[in-house]
Ligand binder design. Structure first.
Ligand code: TRP
Length: 455
């Protein structure tokens, strides 16, 4: 292999901007546009928003930095990276096992994520059929069936694989920089439209004014933490592998802060769109509360309440619906490529396969797993979501903080952070983060994890 090829095989983002768009593309996904607003709806509005914002910066940003720093320092996938940080053989084995656990979790998450993305993608032809007056086709595309769900999951998985197979710069970075600006424009346009409709202000009030009595509700803290970890793509080595493609001249703490800010900003914006939209729907006679007086949340909100709202607004509504589901599909795609990159980069480095071949094999395996979930939906779907996001992600998050804080020496850390940030040693980041990541962050995550389990 010529030296040039060797460099290409590892891959690198072409610029700081390229990295920021790819990493925010990973972070901004269904977690922001679907997860955050629906969690907010089911936890009483503003109180959840407030707690989420605090946890995103108290827990998720420091953990994000741990992954980015390990990634850039080792320039490997998670399975190879963690053992490289340790001297003792037993710790190396533990590092490898942790890495494998991360890769497996990434595969589980992609397994259910592609199904959900497929549901949303199917709403695009449904809206087009609606606008062009094809009632039968609209019915088929908008109603869940094994055939429709399997087909759209396959389409979405194939799109994801096609991008990842093209590599870091020509696939992941290029498509993220194309899709992310489109996403932001569509989102701002939609939020502006919805906020002018009657009823929107009531939703805005619920969203923005926290009811502090709700903050102590069991489940709120744990859900907010899980949501923050999911939204920033933490724990499974996604940010670690993206970090390994970042140039040494980038200022990591600053770049990481941008990613966390954009991710949180877009989640907030999505809430600004969806919660008011629910109250617009209520004004038009659509039910938005469940029998127990809590707001409808989860799939029913996105796949029933909102489409009902779009239908009630006539052709304009159908167009809004179309834009909304295109937006969701774009968001899902820039995230799914980052999930697939985790097992693909592992297969690539471990088994010395070509990127194309590794992508085909891994994508086909995960798609088979998605089919397995679809065929046993009631038994598997909820369980896979729970195991991967509620248990594995926080646990892996703790381990990654510990690896960054304890296995990397202070001077290694400082050298890594100083590359691209010469004044690092005098910075607030350097004064706080290393100690924080060793003790405070893991303990806080564990405390909330336990509270969540017992609650
Ligand atoms: N963060 C993305 C979202 O909000 C999803 C995502 C991408 C993810 N990569 C991940 C979640 C890795 C967990 C782990 O939708």
């Amino acid at each position: 292999m010529a030296p040039q090829d060797a460099a290409n095989a590892r891959g690198q983002f072409s610029s700081r901007f390229g990295f920021i768009t790819a990493a925010t593309g990973s972070a901004v996904g269904l977690g922001n546009i679907w997860g955050f607003p629906t969690q907010t709806a089911s936890h009483g509005g503003g109180a959840f928003v407030l707690v989420y914002l605090i946890l995103a910066f108290l827990l998720a940003y420091p953990a994000l930095m741990a992954e980015l720093i390990i990634g850039r320092h080792t320039r490997h996938n998670m399975v190879a990276a963690l053992p490289q940080l340790c001297n003792r053989p037993t710790l190396q084995v533990f590092g490898r096992a942790t890495g494998l656990y991360g890769v497996l979790t990434a595969c589980l998450i992609l397994g259910f994520y592609a199904i959900v993305a497929g549901w949303l993608m199917a709403q695009i032809p449904a809206a087009i059929a609606d606008i062009s007056g094809q009632a039968v086709a609209k019915q088929w595309f908008s109603q869940s069936s094994l055939a429709r769900d399997g087909l759209f999951c396959a389409l979405f998985s194939a799109l994801t694989a096609a991008i990842v197979a093209r590599g870091v710069k020509d696939g992941i970075e290029r498509w993220s920089t194309r899709l992310m600006p489109a996403l932001i424009v569509l989102m701002l346009g939609l939020a502006a439209t919805v906020l002018t409709l009657p009823g929107a202000m009531e939703g805005l009030r619920l969203y923005l004014i926290p009811d502090f009595t709700l903050i102590t509700n069991p489940g709120l803290l744990g859900s907010a933490m899980g949501q923050a970890f999911f939204s920033l793509s933490l724990g499974v080595g996604t940010m670690l592998i993206y970090g390994s493609y970042v140039s040494n001249s980038d200022n990591l703490p600053l770049t990481g802060a941008y990613v966390a800010l954009v991710d949180t900003g877009i989640a907030f914006l999505a809430g600004l769109l969806i919660i008011p939209a629910m109250f617009v729907a209520q004004q038009r006679g659509i039910r938005i509360y469940k029998a127990d007086d809590t707001l409808i949340a989860g799939p029913d909100l996105i796949l029933q309440t909102l489409p009902d709202l779009f239908n009630s607004l006539g052709v304009v509504g159908s167009i809004i619906g179309l834009v909304f589901f295109v937006l969701l599909t774009i968001a899902a795609l820039t995230s799914s490529i980052s999930m697939l990159e985790v097992p693909v980069s592992f297969a690539l480095e471990q088994f010395k396969l070509s990127r194309r071949r590794a992508t085909c094999w891994v994508a086909a395996t995960i798609f088979t797993f998605s089919l397995l979930i679809l065929f046993n939906f009631d038994a598997l779907f909820g369980a896979v979501v729970k195991i991967s996001t509620q248990y594995s992600q926080p646990l892996l998050g703790v381990l990654l903080c510990l690896f960054a804080g304890w296995a990397l020496h202070r001077n290694q850390l400082l050298r890594e952070i100083s590359a691209g940030f010469p004044a690092a040693e005098q910075s607030l980041f350097w004064k706080i983060w290393p100690g924080y990541i060793r003790f405070v962050c893991p303990l806080l995550i564990i405390a909330m994890f336990v509270q969540n389990l017992s609650g």
